[in-house]
Design a protein around this ligand. Sequence first.
Ligand SMILES: *Cc1c(COP(=O)(O)O)cnc(C)c1O
Length: 342
Amino acid sequence: MDTVKKVDLDWSKLGFSYIKTDKRFIAHWKDGRWDEGRLTEDNKIHIDEGSTAVHYGQQAFEGLKAYQAKDGRVLIFRPDQNAKRLIKSAIDVVMQPVPEDMFIRAVRAVVKANLHWVPPYGTGASFYLRPFLIGVGENMGVRAAPEYLFSVFGAPVGPYFKGGLAPVNFITSERDRAAPHGTGHAKVGGNYGASLLAHHNAKEAGYADCIYLDPLTHTKIEEVGAANFFGITKDGVFVTPKSPSILPSITKYSLMEVAQRYLNMKVEERDVLIDGLDEFAEAGACGTAAVISPIGSITHNGKKHVFGDGQTVGTLTRKLYDTLTGIQYGDIEGPEDWMVEV
Ligand SMILES: *Cc1c(COP(=O)(O)O)cnc(C)c1O
C-alpha cells in the first residue's frame, strides 16, 4: 500500500474543509430493500424536491477517520461503532437503517478507491469520512420518506491544532441544541441547525465555541460545541457528563477505555455542575475532528473559570491524546478490533 502514488498536496497545510476526492459510495432503499450500492465520481446528488430530508429534517450522518500507519497499512478507527450509532440515529427519526455490514463495506470501499488521497504517515493528517442517510422520494405531508439514500464521501484533513495541542476558550450558551427528551443523543442534522446561531454568537464574541448546558435546568455541562466534555479531577479521575440529550461520542468512550486500560485512571460518567468546575485540574472537549481540544477556560454568567494557567496542556490530557492518536496511527497496539485495515 505504501507504493500508492499520492496526489500532489501540501499535507501540512490541510485544514478541515471539503476537497473533492475521486470516488464516493451511494446506495438507495426503495420498495422494501437496499440496492448493492456503487462507487461514483459524481459528487452531486439528484433528489426529489419533496424529499423529507429537505423539508422535515429526516436525515442523519456520521464522521470517522482513516489513518495511514508507518508500515503503509491504512486503518479505519472503530467503523463498527459509527455503523451502530447511525442505526440508532436512523430509528430515532424513523428512517430505514443501513445494515452494519453495508456501512463497513461502504467506508472501506471509499478509502480503498481514494488511497492516493489518504495522507502519508507522519504528516499528522488523516482521511475523514462522512457517511449520511437521507429521506428522499416524492412526498408532501409530514411523514417518513418512501425512499432513502445512503452515501459516504471522504477527504484528507489536517490536524486540528497545527502547532500542536493548545488550550482554547469557551463560553456557555443560553440557547439549547436539543430538548430534554428530544434528539440530542442522535447524530441528526436538526440538532446542528438548532446550534448554528449559538455557535455563531460564541465565535463573534471571540470564543472557540459555546458550551451547552442541560436543557432542563441549565446547571450542568452537556456538550462543548459538537464535542463531548471531560474534566480530570485533582486526583486524576476522568469525569464526563451523563445525560440522555448528549451525543455519545465514540472518541469519548475510547478515551475512557484508554484512561482505564493504558493510564490506570479511574473514570466516572455523572453530572458535571457548571458551578463546580473547581473540582477539575484539567478539562477538554473530544470528538473525531480534533480528537481532543484542551479547554483553557469557560466563561459563564460573565465569570471566567481558568483551568491551570489557561495556557499549558495538562499532563493527563496530553497523555490521553498521545495514547489515543498513537493507537489510531498504528504506533501503539490498541484494544482488539479498534483498527480495521482497509
Ligand atoms: C459527532 C458528535 C460528537 C463527537 O462524536 P465522535 O464520535 O467522537 O466523533 C459530539 N457531539 C456531537 C453533538 C456530535 O454530533
